[in-house]
Design a protein around this ligand. Structure first.
Ligand code: SF4
Length: 666
């Protein structure tokens, strides 16, 4: 079988040309292996694709996946003077593509690439940055179109080809209710499809919520090498080279890079290696940096926290954290005179600490007891720990809403009393289909937190961001439809600080939430986190080094009616050990949300890395909203979601317990 360079393989090569060699091979681990059903749920791509077809009605869909058949059907239909095709198949030598929408009118062809990405501008100029080059966010989308236009031009040299991106228009508002429930995702004959609700016509869709952006000029800049990542070959030759290497299964060696390698999907977990899977990541680092097997237990330069210098270290042949000259990290002292004027570690001090711990092989955590103690003096009991699960739905629920409007559908809440009693105090999960959840979510949250003046903790900016989003949504809502609108807005202002969208609307609230992640950044570093401060990395590290937590949570004290009451667990022990005696990561003790994919792989299904942590909950929510399922399956997903979110706030509590013990013992 011919190995074609398709548009998705081309985009993979744009990330890293070496990846072309590993992709599709069963002997290599691949965490981005696409599950079309879950991807469709994660990004809303299928639904947007179906909506797009309704905006260009009267076309023919090339349904078959068989290449030759699809090519033949496309060719037959293109014999017509005018025609609209969905999923047209085009091949030129070893290049192959399926075009989302292709419109032929005489000797002109319009190529329309549908993307479930939101766009706030009005034309291609809004995809450029201040110096007039393409914004990095838009690079893969524009290269995708440029590739397709290039293949079309090779195949139809006589035709005039215009290219467009069709995107979710953030400036548009739905003018009808219930738009998103018109598109249900289902599996049919092993394929993911969208079932459009009966009676859906272009008229029932209201005003368009997708925008068509002409991108020929940007594609021209890419062809001429005036824009995009620099490369040695002109565009056409580069495509030819990639296609040839892929066809002949030749590996293209590339320079290691901090951004691409740290997110590389061909990196094996320990479990995967045990099953005999190969690691593309290790192969590259062996070949490019001369690393030996034992070296992979050492922290690498790409693990250095928030550093812009990682690539320059790699270029100079510095591959390990321990080899970094800490003088180059330019430490700034804490306290007065610091740029952010906040106490605790600065960014460079933290980086230095990370390098020094790696160099000395010291596995013990850093803890600034005095710094944290000063913070605790401002805290008021009972303490509240909250975590939200949120999403952005491509097609709006209701009239007046924009595509990809942020919505909040779930929270968990743990509470600690002044005498140390801990309880899973509350939770909320909006499971109703077709309903905008955020206002009901907010009412439930307010009811839980307004009974006292205790300090509220969040982990990262997410909860503050979403309360700001809901504030703006409430301000736009009709007071008649949301009678408690002003009361809800007022409450938000007491527990948040305004973000850019609400700048100047209020001053940080008297009960403004405390960011536990910021406390980690400033007062705590654990070498076992590998430079990541995600709670999913911090929790196992903390449990691994606290005998107190290990012995406390080895007992089944957690659950309904137990010492630590829970709303979702029964007599549960959080400490279970692997064969080597190490506590198993508590997240791994939970049943998976989906049978189709491992939890770690779900994050690769969302393109925005900031959403990676909540990817499982986002996809589960979309599944409950937009796919057909039995009631038993719905219940199982809801239970899994409740447990995951509960563990997120329990993890915050455990971190707090760990710090409290350290303060007491110090
Ligand atoms: S490890 Fe780095 S160089 Fe190798 S395939 Fe992954 S991203 Fe490319």
């Amino acid at each position: 079988m011919t190995r074609y360079l398709t548009k998705s393989r081309f985009i993979l090569a744009l990330e890293c040309e070496t990846k072309l060699f590993y992709t599709g091979k069963t002997e290599y681990a691949d965490h981005k292996k696409d599950d079309p059903f879950l991807s469709a749920l994660a990004e809303g791509g299928f639904q947007v694709g179906e909506l797009a077809k309704l905006y260009f009605p009267g076309g023919y869909e090339i349904e078959t996946l068989a290449h030759e058949q699809a090519l033949q059907q496309t060719q037959d239909l293109l014999e017509r003077e005018s025609v609209i095709l969905y999923e047209a198949a085009i091949r030129h030598r070893n290049l192959f593509l399926r075009a989302d929408i292709l419109i032929k009118d005489g000797s002109s062809l319009d190529l329309i690439e549908v993307k479930s990405k939101s766009f706030k501008g009005s034309g291609p100029e809004d995809m450029l940055n201040r110096i007039g080059t393409i914004q990095s966010d838009w690079i893969p989308y524009l290269y995708d179109v440029a590739f397709q236009k290039h293949v079309l031009a090779l195949f139809f040299p006589q035709m005039q080809i215009r290219s467009y991106l069709l995107l979710a228009d953030k400036n548009a508002r739905a003018t009808v209710d219930g738009l998103n429930q018109r598109f249900l995702i289902c599996k049919q004959d092993g394929r993911s499809r969208v079932r459009v609700r009966e009676g859906t016509t272009p008229e029932t869709l209201g005003e368009p919520i997708l925008i068509r952006v002409p991108v020929d000029e940007l594609a021209a800049a890419i062809y001429e090498g005036r824009d995009g990542p620099s490369r040695d070959l002109p565009f056409a030759e580069w495509v030819e080279y990639l296609a040839e290497c892929y066809e002949q299964d030749r590996k293209i060696p590339t320079e290691l890079g901090s951004k691409k390698c740290s997110k590389c999907e061909f990196r094996c977990t320990v479990e995967e290696e045990r099953t005999g899977l190969k690691s593309g990541f290790k192969e590259c680092w062996r070949e490019q940096a001369g690393l030996k097997e034992k070296d992979f237990t050492e922290p690498l330069v790409i693990d250095l926290w928030k550093s812009n210098s990682r690539d320059s270290f790699l270029k100079r042949g510095i591959y390990f954290l321990r080899d970094i000259d800490t003088e180059l990290l330019q430490p700034k002292s804490g306290g007065a005179g610091r740029v952010d004027e906040k106490p605790g570690l600065s960014k460079s001090e933290r980086q230095r600490l990370q390098v020094e711990k790696a160099r000395s092989g010291d596995p013990s955590p850093y803890f600034d007891a005095d710094g944290l103690k000063a913070e605790t003096e401002r805290w008021v009991y009972p303490l509240h720990f909250i975590d939200f699960e949120t999403t952005q739905v491509a097609i709006p629920f209701n009239r007046g809403m924009a595509p990809y409007e942020g919505i909040a559908f779930q929270f968990s809440h743990h509470r600690i009393e002044a005498d140390g009693r801990i309880a899973h105090a509350g939770q909320y999960l909006h499971g109703q289909r077709g309903e905008f959840p955020s206002f009901a979510f907010l009412r439930a949250l307010k009811e839980e937190l307004e009974a006292d003046q205790g300090t509220i903790f969040r982990y990262a900016a997410h909860e503050n961001t979403y309360l700001n989003i809901i504030y703006a949504q409430l301000r736009q809502a009709d007071a008649g439809e949301v009678p408690d609108r002003d009361e809800l807005c007022e409450w938000i202002t007491t527990v948040t600080q305004p973000t850019e969208r609400n700048q100047g609307c209020w001053v940080p609230g008297r009960r403004n939430m405390v960011d536990q992640l910021e406390l980690v950044h400033r007062y705590f570093y654990h070498p076992a986190t590998g430079g990541s401060n995600s709670l999913k990395r911090v929790l196992p590290a903390v449990l691994g080094s606290s005998e107190y937590l290990q012995s406390k949570y080895a007992c089944p004290i957690y659950g309904r009616g137990q010492e630590i009451p829970s709303l979702n667990f029964e007599s549960w022990s959080w400490i279970r050990r692997d064969e080597g005696g190490t506590p198993i990561d508590p997240y791994r003790l939970l049943p998976p949300i989906f049978e189709e994919a491992e939890e770690d792989d779900l994050e690769h299904l969302v393109s925005d890395p900031k959403l990676a942590d909540g990817a499982g909950a986002m996809i589960a929510y979309a599944r409950m909203q937009f796919s057909e399922m039995a009631e038993s399956e719905r219940r199982a997903i809801q239970q899994a979601l409740l447990k995951y979110c509960e563990l997120d706030t329990l993890a915050m509590v455990m971190l707090w317990e760990y710090w409290s013990r350290e303060l007491m013992s110090g």
